[in-house]
Design a protein around this ligand. Structure first.
Ligand SMILES: Nc1ncnc2c1ncn2[C@@H]1O[C@H](COP(=O)(O)OP(=O)(O)OP(=O)(O)O)[C@@H](O)[C@H]1O
Ligand SMILES: Nc1ncnc2c1ncn2[C@@H]1O[C@H](COP(=O)(O)OS(=O)(=O)O)[C@@H](O)[C@H]1O
Length: 199
């Protein structure tokens, strides 16, 4: 018997569509994926700040921060990364239901995990943003000196070194963060949301 067999789903009094009308904009998840140091957090925060200034309901879910709280029981094995992404997917869905434009900044290295999250959402609500940056450039940036530690063998299972990163095959948006500035990246994402009539 499933653990949820004695639990009933309650319909909410206020729907997502009510919130869209109230807010004057739609909601979605911008699911950033890319190597450590590719610029996910930097671009996600710049974009969210831009939305905030425009009076749009927004929130950023960031890998490092979530791993201090909700997911502090998880490490970096393949299984733990999958569970990390599964939980974040469910949290992102709640934010989208609340009417916000939620940006997530997790490496999310496995295609199958990203697909499972995509499947939680209605058509058009899940927007995969591939923050593409060659590993050589990520390693040159190394803002947290983690690549250096991984090369010295002080961190095991580090993405791109001794743990895989599976590139998205058909992301809605690709940003080459070694070529585009943060400001240009923000504009690319903004134009996409305008084109899709989310904002
Ligand atoms: N065009 C750019 N876009 C984004 N970040 C850039 C760019 N150019 C330089 N950077 C720098 O690269 C670094 C990216 O670090 P950031 O923490 O945003 O990466 P991340 O992908 O979130 O990594 P992690 O998965 O480790 O959290 C920052 O120091 C940022 O200032
Ligand atoms: N072995 C590791 N591989 C990748 N990132 C690591 C590792 N150990 C620590 N980190 C840190 O943890 C962050 C990545 O966490 P997540 O985005 O939550 O990863 S994910 O693979 O499960 O999606 C990176 O910002 C990096 O600072």
């Amino acid at each position: 018997m499933s653990k949820s067999s004695n639990i009933t789903w309650h319909e909410a009094a206020i729907t997502k569509e009510d919130r869209h009308r109230h807010n004057g904009h739609g909601s979605c998840v911008l699911w950033f994926t890319g190597l450590s140091g590719s610029g996910k957090s930097t671009i996600a925060n710049a974009f969210s700040s831009h939305l905030f200034q425009e009076g749009i309901s927004e929130y950023v879910l960031d890998g490092d921060n979530i791993r201090h709280g909700l997911n502090k029981d998880l490490g970096f094995s393949d299984e733990d990364r999958s569970e990390n992404i599964r939980r974040i997917g469910e949290v992102a869905k709640l934010f989208v239901d609340s009417g916000a434009i939620v940006t997530t900044a997790f490496i999310s290295p496995f295609r199958s995990d990203r697909q499972l999250v995509r499947d939680l959402f209605a058509e058009g609500e899940f927007i995969e943003v591939y923050v593409h940056c060659p590993i050589e450039e990520c390693e040159r940036r190394d803002p947290k000196q983690l690549y250096a530690k991984a090369r010295r063998g002080e961190i095991k299972d580090f993405t791109g070194i001794d743990s895989p990163y599976e590139e998205p095959l058909a992301p809605e948006i690709t940003i080459r963060s070694d070529l585009a500035s943060v400001e240009e990246a923000v504009n690319i994402i903004k134009q996409y949301l305008i084109e899709k009539k989310v904002i």
